[in-house]
Ligand binder design. Structure first.
Ligand code: SF4
Ligand code: SF4
Length: 500
């Protein structure tokens, strides 16, 4: 019996289980390097457009006539109205805002299924402002290596000046952002004057402070952590992707195995880490699609630059579909690295299918919702009547035995003109109607006068004279008749009485 087979052999103790990963990890500071290229230029253009629109739209004017705000885009909280150029939304029409949110959500789904996280990488406010803050930081403190050196060195006059200037510039941008935000809720020109002469309301200063602080903290300090930990979108955007979605991808079949530029038998990736150094979220795209990747495409520019310097074809990292990555890999991987493998892989690609069932569905729903909203806006009534029956008491028995119901009539006009409308009551013959404070027309009908772009309220008393035998609950309809005798608007209600 060998020594190993001996029953006396003592079994070695099992290794202790690995310690659970900590739930909290310190942030690793990211120092994205500046990069130039096609994607970067596109990002600058979109950034300039987004910021330009955000800061200047409140200054645009739109003539709506006297007594109405002339700001093109205004959320008028005091008068409960939303103005967007020629469109005016009343509180009762808040469903248009719901429709806009639905349109935004479906548009985002469609864009994601076509181009991956294009919203996150190019147009999301968090990305746009963070990009701007990084640009400022780079201008003052220098590029990646200089910033890393500055952070490592002890506090000195130079460090103090550079850091102070960066934060001052960030705060100035944040204040401009907060200032522009409040202009969407007040007349921008009057607001600016009141703001600087300290005559604006406390609410205005509160929201200015809130948006200044959040811009400074989110774009200056939190940065990629907002996308990685706070935003829910990365968690479920994968559900919108399919094999034909264009996403930022590393063509591993071409790049691997990595190795030095002059080494034999290696792929095109020289492991220079330029793609990692420019990444605003600090990830390595060569590890595959990751939750942290916002799809900004800056790694494409960085790698294209390296490929150009090495005199190799660009596109080692590219906007590519999962289907093409798989097809290229299957066709090219058996070949040794080199031009033949590259040509074989690229030939295996198929054109991107932009129109497919998923995108048809999104575009169809998008068109449908947009069509419904546009149609309902064009056909919307300019006059509305709300009839609210007084409930306490349900009815009054008059001294002569008659029964009386009272109604509050709310007449909302969305036009700029005053209208005079005669009120008639459709119901059982014999019911009498009186509207308090209303004049009567030639036929003795009460005349309700609308307020331009406003609401008027009236109190109508409807009486069943003694002797009129009615059931307990009778439907009635209030109709408003215009000068041409057409029914302008009508609203149903009920007349209540005692049990017969
Ligand atoms: S991996 Fe590339 S696309 Fe993704 S966030 Fe980083 S730089 Fe942008
Ligand atoms: S930039 Fe290109 S070559 Fe350099 S490590 Fe990234 S993928 Fe490889």
């Amino acid at each position: 019996m060998s020594k190993l087979d001996s029953p006396d052999r003592v079994k070695p103790a099992a290794p202790p289980p690995p310690a659970p990963a900590p739930l909290y990890a310190n942030r690793t500071r990211i120092y994205p390097k500046a990069v130039t290229g096609t994607v970067r230029r596109a990002k600058w253009a979109i950034l300039a457009l987004c910021l330009g629109l955000y800061y200047t739209v409140p200054l645009l004017r739109w003539d709506r006539g006297p007594a109405l705000p002339n700001q093109a885009v205004l959320v008028d909280m005091q008068n409960a109205r939303l103005f967007f150029f020629w469109i005016e939304i009343w509180p009762q029409e808040v469903y248009y805002l719901t429709g806009l949110l639905v349109l935004g959500a479906i548009g985002l789904f469609a864009a994601t299924s076509l181009f991956g996280r294009v919203w996150c990488g190019f147009a999301c406010p968090q990305t746009v402002w963070t990009d701007l803050f990084m640009w400022v930081e780079r201008r003052i403190q220098g590029d990646r290596n200089e910033r890393m050196r500055l952070d490592k060195q002890n506090w000195s006059r130079e460090k103090l000046l550079k850091k102070g200037a960066t934060h001052a510039a960030w705060l100035a941008i944040a204040a401009a952002t907060g200032g522009a935000w409040i202009m969407y809720f007040n007349d921008a020109l009057a607001m600016t004057r009141d703001f600087f002469t300290l005559r604006a309301s406390g609410t205005v200063y509160f929201f200015f402070g809130l948006f200044t602080a959040t811009t400074y903290l989110l774009a200056g300090w939190a940065r990629e952590q907002v996308c990685t930990y706070m935003c829910p979108w990365p968690r479920f955007q994968a559900a919108m992707l399919d094999e034909s979605s264009l996403v930022v991808s590393y063509r591993g079949w071409r790049g691997e195995p990595r190795g030095k530029a002059k080494a034999a038998g290696v792929g095109d990736c020289v492991d220079c880490r330029a793609c990692v150094n420019v990444c605003p979220t600090g990830i390595d795209i060569r590890d595959g699609l990751q939750l942290e990747c916002i799809g900004c495409g800056l790694c494409i520019d960085a790698c294209d630059d390296i490929m150009a310097r090495l005199d190799r074809p660009k596109g080692l990292i590219a906007f590519e579909t999962f289907a093409n990555i798989a097809a290229s890999e299957a066709a090219a991987k058996p070949l040794p690295p080199g031009p033949a493998r590259l040509a074989c892989g690229m030939q295996a690609r198929t054109p991107t299918r932009f129109l497919r069932p998923r995108t048809w569905l999104y575009l169809g729903v998008l068109g449908l919702v947009a069509g419904i909203m546009a149609g309902s806006y064009m056909l919307r009534e300019t006059l509305s009547l709300a009839v609210i029956r007084e409930r306490a008491p349900l009815f009054v028995r008059l001294s002569d035995g008659g029964i009386r119901n009272a109604y509050a009539l709310k007449l909302a006009s969305k036009t700029r003109e005053t209208e005079m409308l005669s009120l008639v009551l459709d119901g059982p013959a014999g019911l009498q109607m009186l509207v308090q404070d209303a004049e009567a027309d030639a036929q003795g009908r009460p005349v309700l006068v609308t307020r331009p772009d406003g609401i008027t309220q009236w109190r109508a008393l409807v009486t069943a004279p003694p002797g009129l035998r009615l059931p307990e609950n009778i439907p009635v309809t209030f109709r408003l008749i215009d000068a041409e005798g057409r029914i302008a608007v009508s609203e149903a209600s009920v007349f209540l009485g005692p049990k017969p």
